[in-house]
Design a protein around this ligand. Sequence first.
Ligand SMILES: Cc1cc2nc3c(=O)[nH]c(=O)nc-3n(C[C@H](O)[C@H](O)[C@H](O)COP(=O)(O)OP(=O)(O)OC[C@H]3O[C@@H](n4cnc5c(N)ncnc54)[C@H](O)[C@@H]3O)c2cc1C
Length: 461
Amino acid sequence: MSTTERPRILVVGGGYVGLYAARRILKKMRYGEATVTVVDPRSYMTYQPFLPEAAAGSISPRHVVVPLRRVLPKAEVLTGRVTTIDQDRKVATIAPLVGEAYELPFDYLVIAMGAVSRTFPIPGLAEQGIGMKGIEEAIGLRNHVLEQLDKADSTTDEDVRRKALTFVFVGGGFAGAETIGEVEDMARDASKYYNNVSREDMRFILVDAADKILPEVGPKLGQYGKEHLEGRGVEVYLSTSMDSCVDGHVVLKNGLEVDSSTIVWTAGVKPNPVLSRFGLPLGPRGHVDTRTTLQVQGADYIWAAGDNAQVPDLVGRKAGNENAWCPPNAQHALRQARVLGDNVISGMRGFPQKEYSHANKGAVAGLGLHKGVAMIVMGKMKIKVKGRLAWYMHRGYHGLAMPTWNRKIRVFADWTLAVFLKREVVSLGAMETPREEFYEAAKPAPAPAVAAKTEEKAKAS
Ligand SMILES: Cc1cc2nc3c(=O)[nH]c(=O)nc-3n(C[C@H](O)[C@H](O)[C@H](O)COP(=O)(O)OP(=O)(O)OC[C@H]3O[C@@H](n4cnc5c(N)ncnc54)[C@H](O)[C@@H]3O)c2cc1C
């Protein structure tokens, strides 16, 4: 990393907020005014709203991520985790991918570490659950689901088959509803290529503790989303939760018990727990407490935004709700990042700070190919759209919101190719253990005595 005399702006996290804030700062900065350092354990930003489509194979996983070093050529990008912040000395401790942790001094700090899956101590969840926060999980889920079809197609054991073909999704917000919609669509498509598996053999179950799904698009469209999924054979259980899932035996509070090899956990997110080590003021749910200028309460040189921050919602407050906070979504993250970037530049130059204010523009959700729901806010009007038009709106909005033209073009190309070439339905499960086959071939042969013993043991069992 550079050790120049310039002030350092340290951006913790290269996700939505980190990437856009760093770009904005670099754009507005004078040559040599500061060093912008972005630290993230991944070398890429993930466009999370496309994870369900990546899991379903509608978009290539590589096109859903943006390489940080390529889009931030003027920044210093470090691959590692920020583990602590010492505010008195203004240094951050970085744990790099390999090697010893080290300290990095900074003058200005941006906290953009996002959220992590919110889980509960449910027996079996840690061992069986699959999250949906990163591209690795989306790729893993896709391979896993297709592998279940392979297993079911080639086994004669009815219990194994039933377990492989039962898919449980816990959490019916954006992430859960979109993922089950996309994955069900993919599995339905894929089953056409199997002799012994049809859609009727599969069981898709969506569970939510709330009494509705897709709260982001409002109750009417949420109800439509539920009925739409049910129409496709998805069992939706509301106002219930999962009590346990030990060894894949799922027990729901409403009494339902099923065996499932696929338990996807999308029951909400919570701010990154590492924040508690930074000595920053936190809100009741662990978010960094910011002012309307996105500056952290009590610290003029630290800004925070996105899923890890509680940012006052000025529009909601003006409308009379004194406790309105911006919801954690991409719409706010993007806009907050821009204001944050401007405010960092102003802060560095001693100029006044801008307040963040944004009126909700609505929400769009895709539920599989040609299926979706959308709610568009125009002044006091809320326009609700469903079906194919909503799906086009979902694709149009997110396709254009995807950072960089390079990625936008690749995503649109994926969609266009899929129209002509059909969806890719191959499972690459072996990707998770790529060295296994080579190891088997290359491992040293055991000494004759050991080999004889192993043979004896094998015979005995
Ligand atoms: C499956 C899914 C679907 C979604 N769909 C929608 C949608 O349709 N519409 C919508 O508006 N929103 C959607 N969202 C929410 C939206 O993606 C988030 O609100 C947005 O990404 C928040 O941006 P962020 O920068 O705060 O966090 P993130 O984009 O998550 O970035 C946080 C970054 O911090 C990094 N980090 C973590 N720990 C450390 C550390 N110790 N040190 C350094 N870096 C660290 C992470 O690696 C990550 O890159 C969806 C989310 C998911 C998971």
